[in-house]
Design a protein around this ligand. Structure first.
Ligand code: NAD
Length: 247
């Protein structure tokens, strides 16, 4: 018996990076996993073209999953986009665009899935926040505001839905080796130097692996974690809480 046998999960942003790793991990644990993504794999019937920034798209996606699988037990709100700069650098439209995906996207997907989660004996929601929510990183003002909101929203959701039997938690990854970070490195003047700087910023000296984040998400989503709600797990090589002396 696998821990996720007979359970149906939705993973937003599941076509790439951390979301793809979560999709593999939950699937390996026995879950049937539906991926919501802007760029789904058209050849994979478990992939649904869903834009979390669009309420009609989200509602149609959730209805399609419920129709196909008959239930929804787990929602992994992972889709997100980055934003660079200080508050001087992003205009109102960019603030609205990023918050709409990173924060309101979670509200949309969860709202649409709630009637199904309420029916589940093992309902769990896991949101993807970031080290940016708990540490002040330079030139990430808008992104940080969005991920701080995800961390706070996780607690509020956990309080609201505890008595309905729905647990809500989040993961806070440090800089992870995903296509997103590859794109960032590719746009740097000296990608090798930029990668070395990012590695050096991690107390454990390397980028986080997507599979390491996926294992933490699987722990939080698991029916075995029934006493864990309203909390966050940092998967960041110690960046949030450790202060090492230089070697
Ligand atoms: P990624 O770019 O590799 O994957 C993100 C996926 O989300 C893509 O497949 C993309 O198509 C999808 N997506 C984007 N906007 C969407 C939308 N509106 N609707 C549906 N799907 C959408 O990125 P990643 O590095 O795997 O990041 C995943 C999550 O992890 C994000 O929320 C990100 O903020 C968070 N995170 C990443 C890092 C990191 O260093 N990579 C660190 C901390 C947190």
């Amino acid at each position: 018996m696998n821990e996720f046998d007979n359970l149906v999960a939705i993973v937003t942003g599941g076509a790439s990076g951390i979301g793809a790793a979560i999709t593999r991990r939950l699937g390996a644990g026995g879950a049937q996993v539906a991926v919501f993504d802007l760029q789904p794999d058209a050849a994979d019937p478990s992939h649904f073209a869903v834009n979390v920034a669009d309420d009609a798209s989200v509602r149609a996606g959730v209805a399609a999953v419920a129709e196909r699988y008959g239930r929804i037990d787990i929602v992994i709100n992972n889709a997100g986009i980055g934003a660079q700069g200080t508050i001087a650098d992003n205009d109102d439209d960019e603030w609205a665009r990023v918050l709409n995906i990173n924060v309101i996207g979670i509200a949309r997907v969860t709202r649409a899935a709630l009637p199904y989660l309420r029916e589940s004996p093992s309902a769990a929601i896991v949101n993807t926040s970031s080290i940016a929510a708990t540490a002040g990183l330079p030139a990430r003002a808008l992104y940080t505001a969005s991920k701080g909101a995800v961390l706070s929203l996780t607690r509020a959701m956990a309080a609201d839905h505890l008595r309905e039997g729905i647990r809500v938690n989040c993961v806070n990854p440090g800089t992870a080796d995903t296509p997103w970070v590859s794109r960032l490195l590719d746009s740097a003047a000296d990608p090798a130097a930029e990668r070395a700087a990012l590695n050096a910023r991690q107390p454990h000296g390397r980028l986080v692996k997507a599979d390491e984040v996926a294992d933490a998400v699987a722990y939080l989503a698991s029916p075995r974690s029934g006493s864990t709600t309203g909390t966050s797990i940092a998967v960041d090589g110690g960046m949030q809480d450790l202060r090492l002396r230089p070697e």
